[in-house]
Design a binder for this molecule. Structure first.
Ligand code: HEC
Length: 139
């Protein structure tokens, strides 16, 4: 049985040791972020697209990197699967791309704004997400 003092040191040393491990792993994770996100590709156009994405409340319906609402599809890899032109069509007239389907708002973006949004979605699709989102089984 530990004495009162022994228990105190056991607690302090144990807590200190695991807190140090926690800090080390946090530092290591943060160090990986620029590489995994390809920070060097964060152009002003991508930043404009991100601001527009936020301002237009796309996450009110969509998820991106798993965050957002579950009304509409995940957009993390949409650039990879659908491509720039297809996305621009979707941003121009969703009803024409998915007739009679659940409604996506029809925005009045300029061509430049659509390019900014596509640049943002391209940058997002290139983030190394360790396999997220998982591919559907049986496809
Ligand atoms: C009111 C809800 C709503 C908002 C806000 C919204 N969307 Fe959508 N979006 C949808 C729905 C619903 C679909 C799927 C249509 C379907 O499958 O029937 C969709 C589909 C898409 C797709 C095609 C995804 C795929 O895999 O087929 C893209 C790209 C997209 N939206 C981009 C955006 C962007 C960018 C914004 C913000 C500028 C936005 N959406 C805002 C509802 C919304």
């Amino acid at each position: 049985m530990l004495s009162k003092n022994g228990a105190k040191y056991f607690f302090l040393i144990g807590t200190g040791f695991f807190f140090a491990i926690f800090l080390g792993l946090t530092y290591d994770s943060l160090k990986q972020v620029p590489k995994q996100t390809h920070e060097e590709n964060l152009t002003p156009q991508v930043v404009r697209g991100k601001n527009l994405f936020d301002k237009s409340n796309c996450m009110g319906c969509h998820t991106i990197l798993g965050e957002g609402a579950y009304y509409a599809p995940e957009l993390t890899k949409v650039y990879e699967t659908k491509g720039a032109d297809w996305i621009k069509n979707m941003l121009t007239d969703p009803e024409a791309v998915y007739p009679g389907a659940r409604k996506m708002r029809k925005y009045k973006f300029t061509e430049g704004e659509k390019d900014d949004l596509v640049a943002f979605l391209k940058w997002i699709s290139e983030i190394e997400t360790n396999g997220y989102p998982a591919k559907p089984v049986n496809q």
